[in-house]
Design a protein around this ligand. Structure first.
Ligand code: GLN
Ligand code: ZN
Length: 765
């Protein structure tokens, strides 16, 4: 026999039930009791799916009202003390205050869960953090699953990963200083689970796949020795990277099992199997929990068989990580082409894949032969389909060197040519691209998509908006204009829909944070641009103004990063294909007289691999893709790029290597601190550090922007400094937008006047 399990199931629901219940509850439309019912209902349904698929244990502990890290804190009684909650009597309302904030309290900070697009709430570790026990939700859920007659495996975030993922604040020197208090809290929980009859506890320690210093590594043995004393059998899980460097440590810990991600890091299997302790379970994560492709069952089986020889029934079959990162069910995707659909597997389908592998391993190959055959056929069609393999793209990629020579001149010469052409004032003002997306605009786009608004009526609605946006910018006195992006609902989807090789789902939602979900497109084939995508809009906008209107594109890394990507070729290859498509768009824009083209790369930094050692390779191809798409233009064409989020300093050389003429970045929230890096590194080209935070609904005052600019000017020479908000304005309303931009333009005018005065003063003395 062998055992089949998963590391967690998406909690949001196939129809995003959790999202809608949460939001209705927050609006006061449903009671807490109704919300609780909907959670119970979802858990029950998800367990039923796991059971019916043939898994040996259902996953308990993967449910969370907002986030699994926050749930762990609630369980331990360790929500940030600044909220002043009674840990043992924590209510759901309190929990949501921590997650979302209210008038009195700022919400907990949120950050990405490793290299996924899921965001967790960051624990706040202070000297007065306590772990005296909290809510009983986990035990209630366990009882629910038992009442349904299921064998439950409970999952918990491990103590060391939990500490590591938090932020050290007030009065604490190091997160590990809290470990002596945390271990007894885990011991209490583990003992309770054991008493409740839980045989296996999945304890997630994903940080073991990161580069850890000795202090963290040394903490493992004593911590796990203390935990194992009175507990269910411990299955320590790792994922998202190899843990091969940790083989010795893992082997020495008192664990009943270890889980490895064999999708991301298949090479670690033999290295871990050497010296594998007798009687220890290996949970082999062979079904991809991070992507939507149907598994290659034959290959997975082969991988498993090698381990099976050594381990016998101690080999388990599993998903590579929690299925939280994939959509719930492919079944409802009624609009997908049948061939493409045959290539995919969402969470529900992945359950069946795990179960089929288990049955095949334990001698029931005949029973699952149809599933293996279907997987084989899907793979065969992916290898050969003309929907995927486009000779035009491949031939061009093979000759890519010819297109990779970079810009014709270096920045100083380009800058001169551009200045002659555009005659911009000192401290040019601009915006990042989008203007407020009103309900009418959304409505018009939706009606057009559903065929309820004719093409010409749609065009006129959008053109009317572009006219209004341009008029407004002229009135405000901005120097470099944008068309406002009214025709786009999403910066990746908009382009993906116009490119071959991109697929879309109706319902492929994945939780991003709390009740927020995203529906990423998927890239299945060679990316090819059959025709111009933005030229008509940009050319129309430019025809309305004497001032430059920026063309607006989404860069190759962001197009890749915010999509599910191919697993049959390196990410770098896909990025280059997208870059070639964008390169043609850039050329067409230039041809149409668009003198400034902005290529947004807000996801550039997110693409960084988890391990420092892999970063230079990533940065090299990411920069290469950006240069490929942006460098085909003449010196007098100005290339802009935009990046959100702070923390650039460690990748500044790569940002400089992208060689955009102007970069606009988010700096206002960090009070321009991140600019220090730009100064130290002597960033060579133009920079527009965001002078106000568009995420806040308040109107920035002139004095505030002046203060920020003063800081910026100490780092960036005046001649290369632009003024702009820190991101697009699509989430703001018009009155705030206008008031903010009036102040921004006023700030630029005052600054120009003061510089002129000093210059005159210098002249006369
Ligand atoms: N041009 C886009 C906009 O203004 C950029 C969005 C982003 O950086 N996320 O909306
Ligand atoms: Zn942005």
């Amino acid at each position: 026999m062998t055992t089949a399990h998963i590391l967690g199931f998406p909690r949001i629901g196939a129809q995003r039930e959790l999202k809608f219940s949460l939001e209705a509850y927050w609006r006061g439309e449903i009671t807490e009791a109704t919300l609780l019912d909907s959670g119970r209902d979802l858990r029950s349904r998800h367990w039923a799916l796991q059971r019916q698929a043939g898994l040996d244990m259902v996953s308990v502990g993967d449910f969370a009202w907002y986030d699994q890290v926050l749930n762990t804190l609630a369980l331990l009684g360790a929500l940030p003390t600044r909220f002043g909650f009674d840990a043992q009597a924590l209510s759901l309302a309190d929990y949501f205050v921590a997650a979302r904030g209210n008038q009195q309290h700022v919400a907990m900070e949120m950050t990405k869960w490793f290299d996924t697009n899921y965001h967790y709430l960051v624990p706040e570790w202070t000297a007065d953090t306590r772990f005296d026990g909290g809510v009983n939700w986990l035990f209630d859920e366990l009882a629910e699953s038992k009442a349904e007659g299921q064998v439950a495996k409970v999952s918990l975030i491990g103590p060391l990963s939990l500490l590591y993922l938090g932020k050290v604040k007030g009065g604490l020197a190091h997160a590990l200083d809290l470990l002596p208090a945390l271990i007894p809290a885990y011991q209490t929980i583990l003992a309770r689970l054991q008493q409740a009859g839980v045989a296996w506890l999945q304890i997630d320690e994903p940080i073991l796949a990161l580069e850890l210093d000795a202090r963290w590594l040394d903490a493992y043995a004593p911590a796990y020795t203390a935990l194992a004393a009175q507990a269910p059998k411990l299955m320590l899980t790792t994922y998202f990277e190899t843990v091969q460097e940790r083989a010795g440590l893992l082997h020495s810990l008192p664990l009943a099992g270890v889980h490895l991600d064999l999708v991301r890091a298949p090479q670690q299997l033999p290295l871990l199997l050497a010296g594998w302790p007798q009687g220890r379970v290996l949970s082999a994560g062979v079904i991809d929990g991070r992507n939507i492709w149907r598994g290659d069952l034959a290959a997975a089986l082969q991988q498993l068989q090698a381990a099976r020889q050594q381990l016998g029934p101690d080999l388990w079959v599993a998903s590579s990580c929690s299925l939280l990162h994939v959509p719930v069910d492919l079944q409802s995707e009624s609009a997908l082409d049948a061939e493409i659909k045959s290539w995919l597997a969402f969470a529900t389908q992945k359950l069946a894949e795990v179960a089929a592998l288990k049955r095949s391993l334990q001698g029931e190959a005949a029973a699952v032969a149809p599933q293996f055959e279907a997987a084989r056929q899907a793979l065969h069609s992916r290898r050969n389909s003309r929907r995927i393999h486009n000779p035009l793209v491949q031939q061009r990629l093979a000759r890519i060197a010819a297109e990779e020579s970079g810009r014709r001149s270096a920045f100083p010469a380009r800058s001169k040519a551009q200045q002659e052409r555009f005659q911009l004032p000192l401290f040019p003002t601009t915006t990042i691209g989008s203007f407020p997306q009103t309900a009418e605009l959304r409505q018009a786009r939706a009606s057009y998509k559903r065929g309820r608004l004719s093409h010409l009526d749609y065009l006129e609605t959008m053109r009317a908006e572009i006219r209004a946006v341009l008029q407004q910018q002229e009135r405000l006195g901005l120097d470099v204009l944008v068309h406002g992006e009214p025709e786009r609902n999403d910066m990746v989807e908009y382009f993906g829909e116009q490119l071959w090789g991109y697929g879309f789902t109706l319902n492929g939602w994945v939780q991003s944070y709390g009740s927020r979900c995203v529906k990423p497109p998927f890239i299945y084939g060679d990316v090819y641009r059959p025709e111009a995508m933005t030229v008509a809009w940009s050319a129309y906008a430019q025809s309305l103004s004497e001032k430059p209107v920026k063309g607006m594109l989404t860069g190759p890394v962001t197009m890749l990063q915010w999509s599910f990507v191919r697993d049959d070729q390196p990410r770098a290859t896909t990025a280059l294909q997208i870059a070639l498509a964008l390169r043609d768009e850039v050329a067409d824009l230039e041809q149409a007289g668009i003198g400034m083209i902005q290529i947004d790369e807000p996801a550039f930094r997110e693409g960084l691999p988890l391990r420092a050692g892999d970063r230079s390779h990533y940065l090299a191809w990411a920069v290469r893709a950006f240069k490929l798409c942006s460098s085909g233009v003449s010196d007098a064409t100005q290339i802009h790029t935009h990046m959100c989020y702070s923390e650039f300093n460690d990748i500044l050389p790569s940002i400089a290597a992208m060689d955009a003429d102007v970069i606009t970045i988010e700096t206002s929230r960090s009070d321009m601190e991140l600019l220090d890096g730009f100064g130290e590194f002597a960033y060579p080209n133009d920079i527009g550090p965001g002078v106000y935070d568009i995420h806040s609904p308040r109107v920035p005052r002139v004095a505030e922007m002046q203060r920020l600019l003063q800081k910026a000017r100490s780092v960036i020479p005046d001649a290369r400094l632009w003024l702009n908000p820190d991101c697009g304005l699509k989430t703001r309303d018009w009155p705030v937008t206008i008031a903010a931009l009036e102040n921004l333009v006023q700030t630029a005018r005052l600054l120009r006047a003061s510089v002129q005065e000093t210059e005159e003063h210098v002249d006369c003395c």
